[in-house]
Design a protein around this ligand. Structure first.
Ligand SMILES: O=c1ccn([C@@H]2O[C@H](COP(=O)(O)O)[C@@H](O)[C@H]2O)c(=O)[nH]1
Length: 274
């Protein structure tokens, strides 16, 4: 999917909501556990109920890998289901990969070709040759961790390296990578005030912003400091939407939560972009 397709969808739906599919068998309604593939059954219900309000889905791969072969199958079925039924929706494999070049290339093939994700999250720590193999894929996007939402982000990401905070160095240096136009960045909603500085370095890039909802980040602050002329944001919420209820109408309640977020997003777009 091209960035222009994503922007068009954001304007059409007046939403930049990404629903996180962090599907945990201990948290889904217990009656689903008798299904042949409970993870897929849950995801399908959530996607069918929320797709009107969301422009992206982000399965966190850890929740699938934890179940071995069955988990991978559920992930594959989920991405196939989204691509077949809602092809306009942007998909993100939250996998946080990155390795020496030839290994990164294998990760890219796995997530971009085998599973047809539109994007993948990548850790920048191993540098240029670990990231560029992902950037070779046309109309696919590599979402580099810049400033993450957790408290441990302050251990390294904000420390100074050659007089510059490491997250800023990641942003600056990554702009020199081959095919850097395919880059997006992760910035935690819990660190919204940093977005002002981040936008000075990457004014036009899309930012994936997790941390609204269960982690307490503010959507309003994220929009105030991070929205650009194309919106430029994908704000993720996982637990606060998908586990809003564990009753038989869990999907409807998830949709209601997603709709509340979509309305707030529409209001922010109207206020900031007008
Ligand atoms: O900095 C980061 C990077 C990734 N995540 C992931 O996003 C979701 C957030 O889930 P919530 O339930 O909405 O808190 C989850 O998959 C994280 O692994 C992040 O939170 N922060």
């Amino acid at each position: 999917m091209t960035t222009q397709d994503l922007i068009a969808q954001i304007h059409k739906k007046k939403s930049f909501l990404c629903v996180g599919l962090d599907t945990d068998l201990d948290k889904i309604p217990t009656y689903l556990l008798t299904e042949e593939d409970p993870i897929f059954a849950f995801n399908k219900a959530i996607v069918d109920a929320t797709h009107k309000y969301a422009v992206a889905y982000k399965p966190n791969v850890a929740f699938y890998e934890a179940h071995g072969r069955k988990g991978w199958k559920a992930l594959d079925k989920t991405i196939d289901y989204i691509k077949t039924n809602y092809p306009e929706i942007f998909t993100i494999a939250d996998a946080k990969r990155g390795d020496i070049g030839n290994t990164s290339r294998m990760y890219a093939i796995a997530f971009f070709h085998e599973m047809a994700f539109d994007s993948i999250t990548v850790a920048p720590y191993m540098g240029r040759d670990s990231v560029e193999p992902f950037l070779e894929f046309r109309d696919k996007h590599t979402i580099l961790l810049a400033l993450t939402s957790n408290t441990g982000a302050f251990d390294f990401q904000t420390t100074k390296c050659d007089g510059q905070e490491l997250y800023k160095k990641v942003l600056e240096t990554s702009k020199t990578y081959k095919n850097s136009k395919h880059l997006m960045y992760v910035v935690g909603a819990t660190k919204a005030e940093f977005l002002l500085e981040i936008r000075k370095i990457v004014p036009d890039s899309f930012l994936l912003v997790p941390g609204v909802g269960a982690q307490g980040g503010s959507l309003e602050e994220v929009c105030k400091y991070g929205m650009n002329k194309d919106v430029g944001l994908l704000v993720n919420s996982s637990r606060a939407i998908i586990y809003a209820s564990q009753t038989s109408n869990f999907a409807e309640i998830a949709a209601a939560k997603a709709e509340v977020m979509q309305r707030e997003m529409a209001a922010q777009m109207a206020a900031i972009l007008s």
